[in-house]
Every structure is written in structure tokens, then in C-alpha cells.
Ligand binder design. Structure first.
Ligand code: IVH
Length: 690
């Protein structure tokens, strides 16, 4: 090898190292990765290949065996999620990563290597799902939970106990006479798809940037500084591994550790298959690939672990990963197709989202014709051009994304994509706040924004106006019957008759639903106004503290921030909103048109469940959780997620588990769904009679 080619390789190695470091920072610390896991894995394997070409004996980058703790390389090898705002904690046993492969033959090579190290054939393995979440280490002293710590740099992690204490499925105390004195139980914090969609929907409604997938959202949540905020996002946990354990006599095998976790009532993975050879492990991996789509947690592969813990100790580990385990990653489903166009969607806050229009392609069981392109910077960074062949992947298996351009397949003469400078709907020049990736249309009169604002105003979580969906709103705005929110309350039946799909009856129905909304709760009105950063829970906080919109309009920044639940950013946004003369004129004329923009007497009378705290558990059949919560809150009651001495009632449906047991042990009254319904109806009846 000539010095010349060596120095080119060194240059490339340095480039790859700095690129990997940047992606590590984005993934671990900021929970906002720019590339998919597969792209990252490819970069990393290119880096490792180059590194071993240049340093075949590993003299400078070190296979350090057991002394990974003293090796400065380790933090790069396993990433680093530590943030200054958290207290750190040293792991009793180093928390390593796993070697990855996408290749069947590499899996069998792993087995051969291990056979050689241990001098034994037909090794027994355990095959488990690889959960795509955030690694956590829980320390238990004499069976009591002490601390939850992130992986950090493998040696030292951040203490996040406060942000996961509300996970009721996690035993604080192990109920068994035979527990090790000290134990680090390792596992994964994750978020279910439904919760991910719920939170992203709320963020979209508030005009805030979306999380790309459930893993990033889980990672962002465990690192929230306010545990109250973390509690509002439903995280889950699953445990699968043992770190340090004193005394060491416990658990001869990984299988027996799983059994102990199950006996101690920890949430465990659904699939734990113990097999007696690599061939059978391979079969289990294939079965797992079929079953995993039905699991509640996102999975991206299988982890294959040597079953014998003595064998594990003998095999040891490198600076990065154990030699006794490997992750076989499933290729996430991706397909190449043509990018036919890029369209820009305008949200109700003016945020411009570029969307890829694709030649439809089959992906993970659905036909995909649209995909996310994130923002203008992303299009430029990937140099995405209309007419390109692009690779589309389902991130977190939900939202399709354009992950890569096949440059080698680029037809000649394609022009670079120039992100428009003007709003596609109203032609106003776009603007963007320094440091933000999103371009926005600043116009108050943009028809697309208006459509979004009205749809949001009418949505179930706000005014809940029946019959006022996307198609109707589109017609009302396009025909200029509605140019501001207050125009809704000026509509008359005959005006609607000219619109598509409207006959006398449907027109009357719409006018009736709009009229009914005039007396909706004050908090719903506030929420419906779509004030930036002010969602449902902030609107409820505001409605509790102000009697009408005029009082809000006169409030100062200090008045707002003094309210529990209203932060500085929200206060600024409220001041901004009520400073705007257009907003004030809309509110004034809504009031003149009979819209109740204040706390109604009935609102206050209805607080008959004030101070009553409910916990809902198991599945409810007649209500959705959201509806039951709404009913309780409308009567002034509160719903919390965990059972404690402060709980007044537990409403338990089929499938209720640990919460029901806890309620029984604390002697808290439990009712079934029918009993709850009767209680609800009786309370409402009494309220009406009063
Ligand atoms: S065992 C030393 N088992 O994947 C053994 N890890 O890419 C390492 N992971 O850091 C952990 N599911 O956060 C193990 N069933 C499973 C897992 C699993 C997910 C995560 C874990 C690890 C990462 C490595």
C-alpha cells in the first residue's frame, strides 16, 4: 500500500469519524437523527473496515478485552446520551452496545468464533426481540428500586428515575424472599405506536416540529426536565438483561434470568426462545421476524445471546460489545420509486411542509404515494430532485420517508430543487426564525392557514362541531363565505345551499351544530382559537384562572406565568395573540354574535366531582379512555394514571392487572364500567335538577 493511498484513507477515516460523531450527537443527545439506522450502520461498517485496513492489529483502537472502562474509545463506540442538566451515575457493570449484522453468514461466523473461544460445539442460545427504544439500567438494592440510569457513555449515565417512576407496571419492590443483595436489571424504555401518533398529532395541532419515530420520542421523554410533563406521555418498559449482580451465585443462564423476571412481575419480552444450536437459533430468528409486527413495541431485529452465564464471562467483550451476543437486524422495509413531484402543504400555523409525491409503491403491506421530506434543509442536504429515483422507508414502521436518492440512477438534466420563496397558496414571502428548520407563511389571510384554523376550531378536542369537516371547510373558505372564525356564526342556511353536497336538511344540520357550539365550555373556546403552544391542558388551566376573554386580553406576562402549567413560552405567545387587533376584533364580534367566551355559571356548578380522583384501568367497552376522561373532567374530577392513597375510585374493565391489585391492597373502591356509567348519569341528573 503506498503512502499516498494511505493518506487518502486516513482522510476518509477522519471524515467518517466526524460524520459518525455528528450523527451520534443527533441520535443520542438530541433525539433528532437525520439519517435512518440502516444508513448509520452502513457508515459505521465502512468506518470499521477502513480502520482495520489501516490498523489490522488493532494497536491504536484496541480490542481491550475486560478493561473497556479505562479505554477512552468506548464513549465513541457506544455513543453518549449524557446531558449537563442531569446528575450522572456510574454503572456497576459497564453497559455495552451490541455488534450488529444484517447478514446470515455473519451470524454463523459469530457462532463459529464463540465455539472456538469456548472450545465447545453446539452452543445453547436465547433468541429475543431487539426492541427499538432507549436503554435503561435499573439498580435494585435488597429488592428495592434505587435508580434508573440511561446508558450514557457506557460507563456513566444520566439519572432519570423521576421520569419513569409513574410507570406502574415497574415493580418498585421485588416480592420474593430470594433476591440478590444488589442487581442491575437492564432493559428498554419504549413508546407504543398509538401514543406516538397521539403526541405527534397534538404537536402538529400546536404547530410544533414532529418526532420522526417512537424511539426518538421515548428518548426525548426520558430526558425531559419536568417529570410532570414526562408523566403525560405514556412510556412503557420491558426488561431483558442482567448487569452487575451480588452475590454472583444467582442465574446460571439467561433463560433462568428471564424466568426470574417473570416471577417477579417485571414486564418482559413476549418472545424468549432457548435453542441448542445456531441452526435452531436461525429458525427462531425467522419466526420472530414474522411475529414481531404484532408486538406492542417497535422491534428492529433479534438479539441472540449465549445462554450460559459462565460461558458469557469466559467469552468477555471488546471495547464496544460482548463477544457472547449479537444483534441480527431485520432490513426495514424500503423500496425505490420515482419522485414525481414535491408539493408544499401549509399548516394552520403557516408552517410549510414539503411532501414527496411518488409513483405508488407497495411498502410493508400498504400502497405508498406520499412521503415525508421533513424540511427545506433536508431536501438540500440530500440533493433531492424531482424526477429522481428515491428510496422510501417506513420510519418506526409508520410514516413513510424519503431516506436516500439513487444518484447513479439520476436521469440527465434534472435541475436542483429550489425551495420556493413564496407561499404556494397566497404568494406571501416565506420567513423563518433563526435556528428553526421550518419556513412559514406569515400572512394572516392565507386561505390554507384559515382552512386549518377552522378545521382545528371545529375538531373534537375543541368545539366539536359536527358536520364541519375538511371538505366543507374547504368550500366555505374557497367561496369566501368564511374569511375569519367569527364568519362561521354569521352563516345562514340559504348561503349553504349553493355549495356542493348541501340540501336543505344538511344545511340546517350544519347551522344547528354551529349554533350549539356557541355555549361550549370556555376552555374549548380557548383551545379552538389555536394560540401557538396553547393546547388542551393549558386551555383548561387558563379557564380555571380567568373568567372571560377580556380578562385574558388584559393579563400580563407575570399573571400568566404565575399559573401552574403555563410556562414562559406559552405566556409570550398569549401576550402576542391578545396584542393583535385582528384577533381582538374576531373575539369581539364572536361575542356580539352570541358566542359564550367566558366561564358560564353552569360550568362552575358542574364541579360536583371536584377533588375526586379516578384511575381507569383495563379495557373500557362503552367509552374510549379519552371520552371517559372528558366526562370526569367536565364534572371537575381528575384522572391519574397510577393508584395511590389519593385515588378515590378505580374504574376497572376486563384485563385490569396490577392497578386493580394495588387498589384492592389499598382498599380503594373499585367499580366496573356499568357502575361508573350509573354514577355518572346520577351525578349529571342531580346537576340538572339543581
Ligand atoms: S442485550 C451487553 N437484549 O440494543 C448486552 N439489548 O444495539 C447488550 N436492545 O444497548 C444488551 N433489545 O439498548 C439486549 N433483547 C435485547 C435488546 C437489547 C434492545 C438494545 C440495547 C442495546 C442496543 C444495542
Amino acid at each position: 500500500m503506498s503512502n499516498h493511498s494511505n493518506s487518502a484513507k486516513e482522510k476518509k477515516l477522519a471524515e467518517l469519524r466526524s460524520s459518525l460523531q455528528r450523527h451520534d450527537e443527533l441520535y443520542y443527545r438530541q433525539a433528532q437523527p437525520e439519517i435512518s439506522d440502516q444508513e448509520y450502520d452502513r457508515l459505521k461498517s465502512e468506518y470499521e473496515q477502513l480502520q482495520s485496513d489501516l490498523d489490522p492489529l488493532g494497536l491504536f483502537t484496541g480490542e481491550t478485552g475486560q478493561d473497556a472502562v479505562s479505554n477512552p474509545q468506548v464513549s465513541f463506540e457506544v455513543g453518549d446520551d449524557r446531558l449537563d442538566s442531569f446528575k450522572s451515575h456510574n454503572h456497576a457493570e459497564v453497559m455495552l452496545s451490541l455488534d450488529n449484522t444484517y447478514d446470515q453468514s455473519e451470524f454463523f461466523e459469530f457462532d463459529k468464533r464463540l465455539q472456538k473461544i469456548l472450545g465447545q460445539e453446539n452452543l445453547s442460545y436465547v433468541v429475543e426481540p431487539k426492541i427499538d427504544g432507549v436503554a435503561v439500567s435499573l439498580s435494585y438494592h435488597k429488592g428495592r428500586l434505587q435508580q434508573a440510569v440511561t446508558r450514557g457513555n457506557g460507563i456513566q449515565g444520566d439519572i432519570i428515575t423521576q421520569n419513569i417512576l409513574h410507570l406502574t407496571e415497574l415493580p418498585r419492590e421485588i416480592c420474593s424472599a430470594d433476591v440478590p443483595d444488589f442487581m442491575e436489571i437492564r432493559g428498554e424504555i419504549y413508546m407504543e405506536h398509538d401514543e406516538f401518533l397521539r403526541i405527534n398529532q397534538a404537536r402538529e395541532d400546536l404547530g410544533e416540529p414532529l418526532y420522526a419515530n417512537p424511539r426518538n420520542l421515548a428518548a426525548g421523554t426520558v430526558k425531559l426536565l419536568d417529570p410532570k410533563e414526562a408523566r403525560q406521555r405514556k412510556l412503557k418498559i420491558v426488561l431483558y438483561g442482567l448487569g452487575a449482580c451480588q452475590p454472583q451465585k444467582y442465574f446460571k443462564t439467561q433463560t433462568s434470568f428471564h424466568e426470574a423476571l417473570k416471577d417477579w412481575c417485571f414486564p418482559i419480552v413476549e418472545f424468549v426462545k432457548t435453542v441448542v444450536s445456531a441452526e435452531l437459533a436461525w429458525r427462531a430468528i425467522s419466526i420472530l421476524d414474522k411475529l414481531r409486527h404484532d408486538y406492542a413495541y417497535p422491534t428492529d431485529g433479534a438479539v441472540i445471546k449465549l445462554d450460559s452465564r459462565d460461558g458469557q464471562r469466559l467469552a468477555g467483550h471488546t471495547a464496544k460489545a460482548p463477544r457472547w451476543a449479537i444483534a441480527y437486524k431485520f432490513e426495514s422495509e424500503r423500496e425505490a420509486t420515482t419522485l414525481e413531484d414535491i408539493i408544499l402543504q401549509v399548516g394552520r400555523t403557516g408552517a410549510i411542509t414539503p411532501v414527496a409525491c411518488l409513483k405508488p409503491v407497495q411498502l410493508a403491506g400498504t400502497l405508498v404515494a406520499r412521503a415525508s421530506l421533513h424540511n427545506a434543509d433536508e431536501i438540500q442536504r440530500k440533493d433531492i430532485r424531482i424526477g429522481d429515483q428515491v428510496v422510501v422507508e417506513k420510519a418506526g414502521e409508520i410514516i413513510p420517508q424519503v431516506v436516500e436518492v439513487l444518484i447513479e440512477k439520476r436521469p440527465e438534466g434534472l435541475a436542483p430543487y429550489l425551495f420556493p420563496r413564496c407561499c404556494p397558496t397566497c404568494q406571501t414571502s416565506l420567513s423563518r426564525i433563526k435556528g428553526e428548520a421550518v419556513w412559514r407563511c406569515p400572512s394572516q389571510n392565507c386561505p390554507d392557514q384559515l382552512k386549518g384554523r377552522i378545521e382545528y376550531f371545529a375538531s373534537r378536542g375543541c368545539l366539536d362541531i359536527e358536520n364541519l369537516g375538511e371538505a366543507v371547510v374547504g368550500q366555505l373558505v374557497d367561496s369566501q363565505l368564511v374569511t375569519r372564525l367569527d364568519d362561521l356564526y354569521r352563516l345562514k342556511t340559504p348561503q349553504l345551499l349553493g355549495l356542493e353536497g348541501f340540501a336543505k336538511k344538511s344545511a340546517n344540520n350544519l347551522i344547528d351544530s354551529i349554533t350549539r357550539s356557541k355555549t361550549q365550555d370556555f376552555w374549548r373556546m380557548l383551545c379552538g382559537l389555536g394560540i401557538k403552544h396553547v393546547g388542551m391542558s393549558a386551555s383548561k388551566d387558563l379557564a380555571r384562572n380567568f373568567v372571560d376573554w377580556r380578562e385574558l386580553a388584559e393579563a400580563t406576562w407575570e399573571d400568566f406565568t404565575a399559573i401552574d402549567g403555563i410556562g414562559e413560552i406559552m405566556a409570550e405567545s398569549l401576550i402576542e395573540y391578545f396584542k393583535n387587533p385582528v384577533n381582538l376584533s374576531v373575539l369581539e364580534s364572536m361575542e356580539e354574535l352570541g358566542v359564550l367566551l367566558k366561564k358560564e355559571h353552569a360550568d362552575q356548578l358542574n364541579q360536583s366531582w371536584e377533588g375526586i380522583v379516578f384511575v381507569l384501568t383495563g379495557s373500557l367497552e362503552k367509552f374510549s379512555r379519552q371520552d371517559a376522561t372528558q366526562e370526569i373532567e367536565q364534572l371537575g374530577g381528575k384522572v391519574t394514571s397510577s393508584v395511590s392513597k389519593k385515588t378515590s375510585y378505580v374504574v376497572a374493565g376486563p384485563g385490569a392487572g396490577s392497578k386493580l391489585n394495588k387498589a384492592e391492597s389499598l382498599e380503594i373502591p373499585v367499580m366496573n364500567e356499568d357502575q361508573f356509567l350509573t354514577f355518572l348519569e346520577q351525578t349529571k341528573k342531580q346537576n340538572r335538577e339543581n
